[in-house]
Design a binder for this molecule. Sequence first.
Ligand SMILES: *Cc1c(COP(=O)(O)O)cnc(C)c1O
Length: 402
Amino acid sequence: MSLSQGRQYLAIPGPSVIPDRVLQAMNQPCPNIYDGDLIELTHSLAPDLKHVAQTKGNVAIYIANGHGAWEAAVSNVLAPDDTVLVLATGRFCIGWGEMAQNLGVNVETLDFGTHDTINLEVVRDHLRADKNGRIKAVMAVHVDTSTSIRNDISELRSVISDTGHGALLMVDCIASLGCDEFLMDDWGVDIMVSACQKGLMTPPALSFVYFSDHAASARNKMERVSSYWDWNPRTNPNLFYEYFCGTAPTQHLLGLREALDMINEEGLPHIWERHKVLAKAVWASCETWAQSGPLKLNVSDENLRSKAVTALSIGAPNGMQLRKWTENEAGLTLGIGLGMNTLEDPKAEGSFRIGHMGHVNAQMIMGALGSVQAGLIALDIPHGVGGLDAAAQVLANSGKPY
Ligand SMILES: *Cc1c(COP(=O)(O)O)cnc(C)c1O
């Protein structure tokens, strides 16, 4: 008997759960795009978006998913025959590099595999060897959603600065913004890309390119930049339509405004702490189940893990079957494995991911973990006993004394 009726939980690493408040804010007739409330609302977004990234710099909004923001970022500061250094810790930085390559940029890749963070000493040596300053930018991903590895961006900045290299630091925070602590200015990030459908809880279609004044001057030295991706008119529009190089994404702006209000109401420190405690609950269950049987967390050191997504392997076809079971029987959709094996490799069916980002609370996480545990039992997949209790203990310890 299927018990999947009731509200579904899409526990994949984006799109994340959309709050009812955001859905309701979007559920309106199209507002006037020439003057009135929508214009005021749009002006109000940049200060709050900057607050979420902890920056006094600049932010351009694009009607695009994360891939669009990748291309926008590249298009503003990199020309054909420029060189970038890609620091890969999973599928996503490799994908960003491929996009740069297809725009004619030379890409040098240091690949650190799918279980480890960026090796900073290797980066240091590589930059030191670049005596003529061939490398114009370093590209990294804060949280790689395919592996759930979280890189230390502040340390990466220190290494670049130590070597005296002038490369721009470009960071993908699509899976971490509004989930994991990120301090753009303190960490010395020049360009940061993000999107609205993960920590920012809004249906996919808006993305953001943040840039420092240093990056702005790199943009202004470019011989040409595509009119559509150019961040200058978007961040300094003379006419309203220049914000979006055309028609404004009306309903999405209403949704994003509501989501930013929710973020401001909860407060960033609380949001980061909530993600941390809920992630610890997920890890406690997974580590307990992993004590016997095939389940493994992809990142063994918890200090190097994302607090928004957890990548796991459980052997093929168990991963695929577990996802089917929780979706069909419990109304819980887990994420597919990504980038751990090639798609043709039958082992790809052995990995999966749990998304715990954005609009999630303790009972949702306990429901998700309980459903996974039921799936493990139903499918006869051997696992350590007491996973759910371990998560309950984490949550119990996090509460105020009563
Ligand atoms: C989701 C994600 C992307 C891609 O975003 P799309 O909206 O699917 O284009 C890129 N990088 C990271 C780290 C992500 O998590």
